[in-house]
Design a protein around this ligand. Sequence first.
Ligand code: MLT
Length: 408
Amino acid sequence: MIRINENYRKLKASYLFSEIAKRIASFQASNPGRDIIKLGIGDVTKALPAACIEAFHQAIDEMSHEGTFRGYGPEKGYAFLREAISVHDFQSRSADISPDEIFVSDGAKCDTANIQELFAQDIRVAIPDPVYPVYLDTNVMAGRTGTYDDGRYGDIVYLESTQDNNYIPELPKEQADLIYLCFPNNPTGATISKDLLKNWVDFARSTNALILFDAAYEAFIRDESLPHSIYEIEGARDVAIEFRSYSKTAGFTGTRCAYTVVPKTCMAYDRSGQKYSLHDLWNRRQTTKFNGVSYPVQKAAAAIYSEEGKAQVTSLIDYYLKNAVCIRREIQALGYACAGGVNSPYIWIDTKSDSWEFFDLLLNEAGVVCTPGAGFGKCGQGYVRISAFNDYEKVEEAMDRIRQALGR
Ligand code: MLT
């Protein structure tokens, strides 16, 4: 008899953004013709930067001639992309990461989901609350949690991020072997200083733990004092894996390209305490289960690092940050406390009501989609997240509609 992985029974019925998509579809079916403005899932609306498009076209042309055609690429990604990443994203910030420590992939979602395969079943996992739901769901699927009760899975160490701690969790007081951190944070938009991040690195070093650092939104950082990478912190190379994405940086949500950094000095242990290279384990995993990102997509990604590519990416991010400023200003003017929207494309709003009820209110009365905070964890109850990813005119209109819907 074929049997299921019963851990799946512990999951909530739908993935957060699938549940939202279902609610939008049902709203549209009963309100045909009603114009909806989507500020829910963080999906970009602007076209790819011109430098990426040009590189993409050139690469497609190469693929159309036998002399320049390419089949399977190098397993970790093409050297031209990994070298550009190493120089521009790390060495330029004095972070010692070599091209050989970079694994190009088709998304930070897949990488943050898959990385937990490398670790033992009975480790203790620490996950921020609220946070991007992929970290928790994939550990549930893998059987590292107990059952779900009152908004919490047994056996998980929840790192509560609330207004009281400026959405930066305190170090865990209990054992935590695998620690997920995400800065700038999804969903709260919070950022972390070098000093506070150093506390986490020191904690991981002193307890032989590992940090999984999701930096998918680093390109939105405009405050020069903030770290873009955990490798800007001394000692992080030995205890941290970092995830990056071109999705929000350069409009690649549909194009798909990202990368994961696994330094060669980063270790984990077997029961007897013997050290193993996580770089080697991830390489083993990826070479078995993943066949790389297409050549044209990697060429398009590498174009981000050209002089014109950098300028175009900066103006793309500036565009969304202008939306974020507008959302934050308007929401505060309506009397709501909020976080994020600065160095981040997400605005995290204290609705003083139930998250899903507020979501329904905005959808039904304003035709605006947001993301209910409760979907990101128990501490997200009472909040909604508004994303800055849309056209500026749409954002302005959404804010008008919200003002009217809330009767202010
Ligand atoms: C989000 O809206 O949280 C993200 O777009 C989801 C993702 O990147 O997978």
